[in-house]
Design a protein around this ligand. Structure first.
Ligand SMILES: C[S@@+](CC[C@H](N)C(=O)[O-])C[C@H]1O[C@@H](n2cnc3c(N)ncnc32)[C@H](O)[C@@H]1O
Length: 311
């Protein structure tokens, strides 16, 4: 699996750790351990007593993180699981900090056999949890043209979604689309030359989001993860594109500013009171130096919410 540092370089590491304020009596959940970079830093900063539970859908991420967290084996526990099931998996925990660092790891993107990258020709897979049924190739085989266009538009905001969907369906009448290279060729045939690169990135992103139901998992997890926080506990989310960031921002604001009264009403009549405060008024973004040394960090946005003590 390569050495630990090439698996994934954690994004916004110092910013995330300082906003989660780790302490020795603390209890933490990393819902997306990936290569264990953030998890390790949380355990170091909360030594000697801090405890961490780590989840990832990807069995290879759990294998990697088990090795990375070996020195902390008595204070950490890992599970191969979707963070949307965290509450059922870990009932009764009152956590001081929760982290979601969304999307894919560098290891997933760079491993040809996982089929996430438009730059490497491999099987068109894209499953984070390799035990799941549907791969990207099966989605393109089973869905009709209209459904494929909707996926490309909704999950990738792809302007040429219809043309690409039509081309996919035309090709699969001859033979199934099985590799990332075949899909990349189809996209390039369907869009103008000047749009090729951007369309490739958006189509691959859209399929990945669909195959892994990434937005569904995020939307259903936010409320249950908030319910796992102790008073004054913090939920930190790092997102990489607007489809991820939007529901996070919306959910955080709905807790911090839940009043539904019309803005021209001089007093609050709905009686809804805040249960949290938004710690990051504006999302935290990587400094230019981080973007320079780790270009994959460039679109990252970190938002942090704190549960109010009285809620
Ligand atoms: C950006 S990486 C996390 C990197 C990690 N913070 C580190 O320091 O190495 C995202 C990880 O989240 C995992 N993931 C994405 N969605 C998930 C979900 N719903 N449940 C659990 N893991 C998920 C992916 O498999 C991937 O390993």
């Amino acid at each position: 699996m390569g050495n630990h540092s090439s698996f994934h370089r954690p994004v916004l590491l110092e910013e995330t750790i300082s906003l989660l304020r780790p302490r020795s009596s603390g209890r933490y959940l990393d819902g997306t351990v990936g290569g264990g970079g953030h998890a390790r830093a949380l355990l170091e900063a909360s030594s000697p007593g801090g405890r961490l539970w780590g989840l990832d859908r990807d069995p290879e991420a759990i294998e990697e993180t088990s090795a990375v967290l070996k020195p902390f084996a008595n204070r950490s526990k890992l599970f191969q699981a979707n963070f949307r099931h965290a509450r059922e998996l870990l009932p009764g925990l009152a956590l001081d900090g929760i982290l979601l660092d969304l999307g894919v790891s560098s290891y997933q993107l760079d491993t040809t056999s996982r089929g996430f990258s438009c730059d490497r020709s491999g099987p068109l897979d894209m499953r984070m949890d390799t035990g799941e049924r549907l791969s990207a190739a099966q989605v393109l085989e089973e869905e009709d043209e209209e459904a494929i266009a909707v996926i490309l538009r909704r999950c990738g905001e792809e302007p040429f979604s219809r043309k690409i969907a039509r081309e996919i369906v035309a090709v699969r009448r001859q033979q199934p689309v099985r590799t990332t290279g075949e899909l990349a060729e189809i996209v390039c045939r369907a869009v103008p030359r000047r749009a090729e690169r951007k369309s490739l990135v958006r189509v691959f992103q859209a399929l990945r989001i669909q195959v892994n139901d990434e937005i569904g998992a995020l939307e259903s997890a936010l409320e249950s993860l908030f319910g796992m926080l102790a008073p004054e506990g913090r939920l930190a989310v790092i997102s990489y594109h607007s489809l991820e960031d939007r529901p996070v921002k919306r959910y955080f604001n709905s807790l911090a500013d839940p009043c539904t009264c019309p803005p021209d009403l001089p007093f609050c009549a709905c009686g809804r009171v805040p249960t949290a405060r938004v710690v990051t008024r504006k999302p935290v973004k990587p400094a230019p130096e981080e973007i320079e040394t780790n270009p994959r960090s460039r679109s990252a946005k970190l938002r942090v919410l704190e549960k109010l003590a009285v809620s």
